[in-house]
Write a protein that binds this ligand. Structure first.
Ligand code: HEM
Length: 407
């Protein structure tokens, strides 16, 4: 499928396009033409990428018409913004309401829930009478979806349509009409959840409420210098969680498992020595990046980055995939080395104030999923040749379309 945008096709499913490597070497901050005909600066080196994401002179504000759009359907400005597309200080207010849900203590407390969901996914696969099984649907998608729907208390009957809307929102080829329809529908659903919790938990203390109830309660607190969160802000937060809470982790579980299956000895290594899993997960995150077309920003004033002046109002795309393959930070960057020293410096979760707030939860799911799979299905293997696997070049979040496996 021809994917519109600034990027040529990849160099094989596991490698970003060659162009990114050439730009890093010779023209690391360069103008590219986007699918809507406008231009933006493409930032390809690790240090420059961190600089742009951490410098408050670069904005992620979706109401700014100059914020680059990464797909034909993605039309800025949005009337409603998620926290990932707004700037401080309001962004920080929202982040303070959400971040307590993903502290290391909370993530650790969710461990047994993740273990239970992972085990149920594996047992569901093992119980199947027909093989091969599509691992992506049966397991990779099942784990974060069940977890998020349990956390957000979404009834089973609603889950399929929520999933369909989230898919449309992450497509790089969708039309404006489709995107707007899915966006409105998902927003409406989340707004109803928030309305219910607002009615239920008017007087309840934060800690006695469920996940959305706690967001509502924390958002209501009138702290000095902070306006309480509006119904719309809370609804957009829940909507963001419905999308980001599932697709990236699901896609990463499939990509990580596929890579493990192609790397002889790794399932065995995990079984005999589970301590290798955290480093392996970081390297897999670095290697695959997931948000493969990058994150958008716009300069609020003239800023010099790596010797190039980016003028006020210029759009910028930070290539996380390119930064993750920068040889000045990662030795032999195109090789997968599951024991790589400090692979966790990768840019897969972004950097700066918008760095993924739930990265601890994503890491926990990946670690538990890989460790449990290796122990419970040690003979897991691909059921088709690698060349037959179809990858999601047409989505903002990279992954596989299906992953037929057997054991
Ligand atoms: C492997 C899985 C994941 C990857 C690769 C990933 C990646 C990212 C990246 C790159 C950003 C920053 C975007 C930017 O700077 O413009 C981000 C932000 C965010 N992510 Fe994740 N994410 C993952 C899992 C999750 C999960 C499981 C959740 C929720 C349960 C989540 C919720 C969020 C939220 C709310 C933000 C916005 C943070 C802010 O603007 O302050 N992500 N994620």
């Amino acid at each position: 499928m021809a994917v519109p945008g600034y990027l040529p096709p990849r160099r094989g499913p596991f490698n970003p396009p060659d162009l990114l490597g050439r730009l890093r070497a010779g023209d690391p901050i360069t103008k590219v033409t986007l699918c809507d005909g406008r231009t933006a600066w493409l930032v390809t080196r690790y240090d420059d990428a961190c600089f742009v994401m951490c410098d408050p002179r670069f904005s992620a504000d979706a109401t700014n018409p100059s914020l680059p759009s990464l797909s034909p359907g993605r039309v800025f400005p949005w009337s409603r913004r998620t926290m990932s597309r707004m700037d401080d200080p309001r962004h920080a207010d929202l982040r303070r309401v959400l971040a307590p849900e993903f502290t290391p203590t909370r993530v650790a407390a969710l461990g047994p829930t993740i273990e239970r969901i992972v085990t149920s996914g594996i047992e569901g696969m093992l119980a199947t009478e027909v093989k091969p099984v599509d691992f992506h649907t049966a397991f990779a998608d099942h784990v974060p979806r069940r977890l998020m729907y349990e956390l957000l208390d979404v009834p089973a009957a609603d889950q399929e349509r929520l999933r369909a809307w989230a898919k449309i929102l992450t497509s790089r080829t969708t039309t404006v009409e489709h995107l707007t329809e899915a966006d409105d529908a998902l927003y409406g659903y989340c707004a109803d959840l928030v309305t219910q919790r607002m009615a239920e938990s008017a007087e309840a203390p934060v800690e006695s409420a469920d996940f959305i109830g706690r967001l509502v309660a924390r958002g209501r607190r009138d702290e000095p210098g902070r306006e309480p969160l509006s119904h719309e802000e809370l609804s957009m937060m829940v909507k963001l969680l419905m999308v980001t809470g599932q697709l990236p982790t699901a896609n990463m579980i499939s990509l990580a498992t596929l890579t493990m299956l192609l790397t002889p000895g790794w399932f065995w290594a995990i079984q005999t020595n589970p301590e290798v899993v955290p480093d392996a997960v970081e390297e897999l995150l670095r290697f695959h990046t997931l948000l493969h077309d990058g994150v958008p920003r716009v300069a609020k004033e003239d800023v010099v980055v790596g010797g190039v002046t980016i003028a006020a109002g210029d759009g910028v795309i930070v290539s996380l995939a390119s930064g993750n393959r920068d040889a000045s930070v990662f030795e032999r960057p195109n090789e997968l080395d599951m024991t790589r020293h400090r692979a966790g410096r990768h840019l897969t979760f972004g950097a700066g104030v918008h760095r993924c707030v739930a990265r601890g939860l994503a890491r926990a799911q990946l670690r538990i999923a890989l460790r449990t799979l290796a122990v419970r299905i040690p003979t897991l293997q691909l059921a088709v040749p690698f060349a037959e696997i179809s990858f999601l070049e047409d989505m903002h979040i990279y992954g596989v379309r299906e992953l037929p496996v057997t054991w």
